[in-house]
Design a protein around this ligand. Sequence first.
Ligand code: CA
Length: 234
Amino acid sequence: MQATVLIIEDEPQIAELISLYLKKEGIKTKHALTGEAGLEILKQGGCNLVILDINLPGMDGFEVLQEIRKIESLPVIIVSARQEDEDMIMGFGIGADDYVSKPFSPKVLAARVRVNLKRDSSSASAANRKLAFGSFLLDMDNLWLKKDGERKELSPKEMALLLVLAKSPGRPFSQKELYEMVWHNSYGDLTTVSVHIQRLRKKIEEDPSNPAFIKTSYGFGYYLCINEAADDIK
Ligand code: CA
């Protein structure tokens, strides 16, 4: 199947250049000059990846990304000329899959597109990963958590934390590990992790002070217990 990439970029020459290189790779492209126009194209379906410029007239790239995440889980590569954006993208885990700084080589960008398309198709071809615990169901691909069929609202960081724990149930993660995996940073205040764990427990646990699912591994960190009964026997 031929992939289609949506380029959201207000500079037509840059968009044309990207488009030219992607076409050489056998990839179809669509182009939007604004975030608003890009979202309209996305809603029509048929796109496999988005290349998103941050500095756009009207909605900026960050706002566009937030909207994209409400409707689609496709890979998004952010392109930006501003150094401070890189810190923001890396530090806040805003849901971008990759980042390329301007000025970039179109060849490099095309290579990143290929990698991200491949990654996405291999995860899509695998069975949709869902994890059930208690009366919860977590969809690890579409990023939702439901309790008795009702959707629970989690912040992006809470969801990211839960995902790390849910991908290896029973395996304890240290605060440092969780910090690195969720905040993509090696240096920082590790209490951020415990604060977010507490918030997550408030949303998930019947009794947050005596959690059934997000357990503390004393002196180490946290793990997700998906089998309450078995844990009680221990
Ligand atoms: Ca721009």
